[in-house]
Design a protein. Structure first.
Length: 101
């Protein structure tokens, strides 16, 4: 991934930033292999969460950014797009044939 990113010119990088936010900053993070392996042994791929005994934990994006020391990541831009609720509701109402009353 890092090699691909390094091959792109500034215009392509800006387009990527526009669509995906600060996600490329993850490419510059130095990983501590031991720190990464410690929680990996508790990862439950069937449920996509960490399992500690009978407790299941699912980290949120903000927790990942803290653990990875990536304060520049914009969680609302890198991983999801904000939904315009009124527009979404109107579309659903049109599809289902409902009215606002």
């Amino acid at each position: 991934m890092k090699e691909i990113w390094d091959q792109w010119d500034d215009e392509i990088k800006q387009l990527f930033y526009f669509n995906y936010g600060d996600l490329p900053y993850l490419l510059d993070i130095k990983m501590d292999k031991h720190l990464f392996r410690a929680p990996a042994q508790f990862w439950n791929p069937a449920y996509s969460c960490f399992t500690f005994g009978k407790v299941d934990l699912v980290p949120i994006v903000e927790e990942y950014t803290t653990l990875l020391r990536c304060p520049k990541i914009q969680t609302d831009k890198a991983y999801s797009r904000a939904v315009s609720v009124p527009t979404f509701v109107k579309k659903i109402m049109n599809i289902t044939g409902m009215s606002e009353q």
